[in-house]
Design a protein. Structure first.
Length: 306
């Protein structure tokens, strides 16, 4: 369904942080102190980034999460609202500060991240269930920077897309409730013990996830694009060539875009190809939420897909 006609509703359940971003020539080695570079703050968190990706595409999106009653929390909510994300279901708590992430970005665009979750860890399953009942979304998208109980509350409510990041072990009971799983290479290896480095290992990794109950698997492979499997068909989509400046939140851009395009009624294959473009485009701009591309940018890159 063309995006100019109708948007299905996506509810993103996840984390919201303030990113403290350090830029330097290269990533430091263990125990090493680097001088120089730039510093800045930027709203982030996997959940908020994914919601921002949908908002930037012009999507119909609600963000369900929890922030502290502090300056960072206010800034995070303001950023989401400015990007077209509804925050009526975003909760504010005085019990914990807003989550914070320390991000180091090297000159080649690679990054390292450490997160202090703060208020994200206080989101409850009951709060998620109430939001689901009010929003009645077409697609629910979640990640793993919130309690697993809150993630499990997403099962059965709508088409459930799970971005299993950061990498942790997950139960078959949870995975069997997932309609589309979007792990990167590290996350796929954690869940399957298979490192998806080529076509055969991608097939093996996806097959193991299907065996555990996942209906569809999309392995995000960075500059190599993505590998898509629904247990009947597999396909590898190459990433477009772009000038990469900062890979921060590229995976979030992909997952958010995927949920958005699925909610529009597109099939898995078209949605994955378009999400591939969104993820690549996000690396051409520095930052997290501010790097998310618009729908017009996607159309210019690959008009044949839309």
């Amino acid at each position: 369904m063309p995006p100019d006609v109708e948007h299905g509703r996506v509810m993103v359940v996840g984390s919201a942080n303030m990113d403290l971003v350090f830029r330097c020539d290269r990533l430091p080695a263990p125990g090493e102190t680097l001088l120089g570079g730039q510093f800045g703050t930027s709203p982030g968190g996997k959940g908020a980034n994914q919601a921002a990706a949908i908002g930037r595409l012009g999507g119909n999106v609600d963000f369900v999460g929890k922030v502290g009653s502090d300056a960072f929390g206010i800034a995070v909510l303001s950023s989401l609202t400015s990007l077209g994300v509804r925050t009526d279901e975003t909760l504010i708590t005085p019990e914990s500060p807003t989550g914070v992430a320390g991000v180091i970005v090297a000159a080649d665009g690679q990054n390292s991240i450490v997160v202090a979750p703060g208020a994200n860890q206080l989101l409850t399953a009951a709060e998620v269930s109430r939001a689901l009942a009010r929003c009645i979304p077409t697609v629910v998208l979640a990640q793993l920077e919130i309690p697993l109980s809150a993630v499990r509350a997403c099962i059965g409510s709508a088409r459930f897309v799970l971005n299993p990041a950061p990498a942790i072990e997950l139960s078959d009971a949870l995975l069997s409730g997932v309609h589309v799983l979007t792990p990167n290479e590290t996350e796929a290896k954690t869940l399957t013990s298979v490192n998806p480095t080529d076509g055969q290992t991608c097939i093996r990794a996806a097959g193991k996830l299907h065996d555990r109950g996942v209906a569809a698997v999309i392995l995000t492979l960075g500059s190599r694009g993505c590998f898509v499997s629904d247990s009947h068909r597999t396909e590898h989509f190459e990433a477009p060539r772009v000038e990469t400046i900062d890979t921060t939140a590229a995976g979030d851009a992909f997952s958010g875009a995927l949920a958005h395009f699925l909610a529009q009624g597109r099939d898995l294959w078209n949605a994955a190809q378009l999400a591939n473009l969104v993820g690549a485009l996000s690396t051409t701009v520095t930052g997290a939420q501010v790097s998310m591309p618009t729908w017009s940018m996607v159309k210019r890159l690959a008009p044949g897909l839309v």
